[in-house]
Write a protein that binds this ligand. Structure first.
Ligand code: PLP
Length: 371
């Protein structure tokens, strides 16, 4: 396995310290800079009359490419390497952040990435990610819709032995383990006095791994925080029932290797989802999201993206506005969007005709305007 330098306390996941029997069974490779910083949003708080809003900056989880995928990939890619796989196959929209994170971190570990991509609204972000997939050596396949993606994937499995399958968003039980670990990281930060225990944690809900992992992690770490997923993907994918199922699968995975993990189970009632900030569809910006993005940027100089984090932050702001009685209650925003600026690469390497011909139309169409 190529050895990458680890930094800070990323020498092994906190989870392995808590449940040592997991260590021999579950592979892990340091890819990021953990723990990620937490800080109080003082200026924002002053402006909106809430003294206790905090942010956890997973956007800075890696110098190569940050965001929430790094925690998942530390388990997923290590698992692929342990099985001696040479290439990853995974899915997403044509602008998938998960696909980009997999291509970048996979490449660092000597793994090739094959992305099967379905349509989503075309924005500059989507175009940039497509150029970056190629830049980082990913092979691309345009499937248009979910059915097409399924058929293409079967085709690849039949013709290319040794591919390692990773579900959309990296939200396998193994990937979600990264966020169980993240809850233990948060607990340490609370115990070290870096922030108060949040009463509420807001996070974007897409393929569910982040919400499921944090929900399980808070339970196991003994945190009283209510984790609230703000749905930014279609209901059939991102709902309470599916998230509870994933949370239970995470517990089963852990208990299979370490019986010290408590036999807890999750039902729909244990999963908290806000559904009202999705807007017109996946990848479509909303007015509330745009306002939330502008407010956080103006007050704290923190960037959000319009597909995920702006919608999640808009939900947090709305919650605070409707619950004036909570103006001193600690609320944490878990920032999940990469903060590494890759636009210099895009500027240098922007020739879309180097992409497969099936993607040319993405660069020849009218962009969806950001409202
Ligand atoms: C920036 C960002 N935030 C949040 C999410 C949602 O996380 P999950 O897919 O684990 O629900 C994603 C998923 O792609 C993402 O790219």
């Amino acid at each position: 396995m190529p050895v990458l330098k680890s930094r800070g306390d990323s020498i092994e996941p906190l989870l392995f310290r808590k449940y040592p029997a997991l260590k021999g069974h579950i592979a892990w490779q340091s890819l990021g800079n953990f723990p990620t910083l937490v800080r109080k949003l003082e200026k924002l708080g002053k402006e909106i009359g809430h003294q206790n809003i905090w942010i956890k900056q997973d956007g800075k989880s890696s110098d190569a490419y940050g965001g929430n995928k790094v925690r998942k990939l530390e388990f997923i890619l290590a698992g692929a390497l342990r099985l001696k796989r040479k290439a990853i196959i995974t899915f997403g929209g044509i602008g998938t952040n998960h696909g980009l994170a997999t291509a970048i971190h996979g490449k660092r570990l000597g793994l090739k990435t094959l992305l099967v991509l379905v349509d989503q609204p075309v924005t500059t972000h989507v175009q940039e990610n497509l150029l970056l997939f190629r830049h980082f050596g990913a092979e691309l396949c345009r499937a248009h819709n979910t059915l097409g993606a399924g058929l293409r994937t079967v085709g690849y499995f039949l013709t290319r032995p040794g591919l390692h399958f990773v579900p959309a968003g990296g939200s396998s039980p193994l990937g979600a383990l990264g966020f169980v670990n993240a809850a233990f990281e948060l607990k340490n930060q609370i115990e070290a006095g870096q922030l108060p225990e949040p009463k509420y944690i807001f996070v974007a809900l897409g393929s569910k791994g982040t919400l499921a992992g944090l929900t399980v992690g808070c339970k196991l770490a003994g945190l009283q925080s209510t984790v609230i997923g703000v749905r930014v993907a279609y209901y059939w994918l991102a709902n309470e029932k599916n998230t509870a199922k994933l949370a239970n699968n995470v517990i089963s995975l852990m208990r299979r290797h370490d019986k010290a993990v408590p036999d807890v189970s999750f039902s729909e009632k244990d999963i908290h989802v806000v559904h009202d900030f999705f807007g017109e569809g996946y990848g479509f910006a909303t007015h509330q999201g745009k306002e939330a993005l502008e407010l956080l940027n103006r007050t704290e100089k923190i960037e959000l993206d319009l597909t995920y984090t702006a919608k999640a932050f808009a939900a947090l702001l709305d919650f605070i506005k409707r619950h004036k009685e909570l103006s001193n209650t600690p609320v944490l925003f878990w920032h999940t969007y990469n903060s590494v600026d890759l636009t210099p690469i895009v500027k240098q390497d922007h020739d879309y005709t180097k992409l497969p011909r099936s993607f040319y139309d993405v660069f020849q169409t009218n962009l969806i305007s950001y409202l």
